[in-house]
Structure formats: C-alpha cells, structure tokens
Design a protein around this ligand. Structure first.
Ligand code: CMP
Length: 138
C-alpha cells in the first residue's frame, strides 16, 4: 500500500556531494520526494530525533556526527515506501550492506553510513512530524 517514510541524507554523504546520486536511487526505486529541506541540526534537534537511542553506548557519537554538518531531509512516498527505502539503503553497517545498496556504495562506517530511513509505520509518522509541518506536506 501507499506509504510515506522519513529519509535523511547524513553529513558524510552531503559532504561527498552525492545528494543527487542518492535522489536518483530513490526515484529509480519508484519513491517520490514529496517534501525536502536542508538543515544543520542543533544538538537538541539531533538528540530529540534519536531519543529512542538515548541509553545506547553510541548515542553521544551519533549526535556528534549528525550535527557535524548539514543534512538533507526528505519525505519519500510510494508503494511500501518504508521497507523499499530500507532495502535500497542496505544494512546499517556498510560493511554488511549488500552490493548495489546506497550504504555499500556511499558509506564508510556505522556512524558515517550515508542515510537514515524510518523502520516502521509508527516511527515514520513520528519522524515525519518531527521535521515537517502539515502545510509543508502535500
Ligand atoms: P540510523 O538508521 O540513522 O539510526 C541510528 C544510527 O546509529 C544508525 O543509523 C547508525 O548510524 C548509528 N549507530 C552507531 N553505532 C550503532 C550500532 N552499534 N547499532 C546501530 N546503530 C548504530
């Protein structure tokens, strides 16, 4: 069924100048970009976005990395958009990501892993609302 998911192109991929190549992957997979913004996240914004990971040992490094430069944030829409986006992103750890996935092709490490994508319908709704207001969503 038709879904929406929240996608973030992380500071490593923005710095590498591959926003366009990653957008092409979304479009080739049939995912439509229905809202987008570039933003340099504050500490508080990154901590709030990743609040579910607050107790994890990697939380500090995750927030430091996500605030290290601008990110490109978009809402992707399409048939099974949540799982489709996760398929084309590849595994969280780029060393484990399947050939031809975004992380296999553009990511360096588990922190600098190029992209984020919502993992379930409930988190997609929360994550979309975190960055986009209703008038920014058509
Ligand atoms: P992301 O999908 O943005 O969600 C949380 C991020 O934490 C994840 O991608 C990784 O970039 C980062 N991270 C760092 N270490 C780990 C780990 N051991 N397990 C999962 N995520 C990790």
């Amino acid at each position: 069924s038709k879904e929406r998911t929240l996608s973030i192109i992380k500071p490593d991929a923005v710095a590498k100048n591959v926003i366009g190549q990653i957008y092409q992957r979304f479009e080739d997979a049939g995912l439509k970009i229905v809202a987008a913004k570039m933003k340099h996240l504050s500490q508080a914004e990154a901590e709030g976005f990743y609040a579910v990971h607050k107790e994890r040992p990697f939380f500090g490094e995750l927030v430091a990395f996500m605030t290290s430069g601008p990110v490109m944030i978009q809402v992707l829409e399409g048939d099974n958009a949540i799982s489709k986006n996760r398929d084309i992103m590849g595994a969280t750890n780029p060393k484990e990501a399947a050939a031809g996935t975004i992380r296999a092709d553009f990511a360096e490490s588990i922190d600098a892993n190029a992209v984020h994508g919502s993992d379930a319908p409930e988190t997609a709704a929360v994550e979309i609302a975190y960055f986009f207001s209703s008038i920014e969503l058509n």
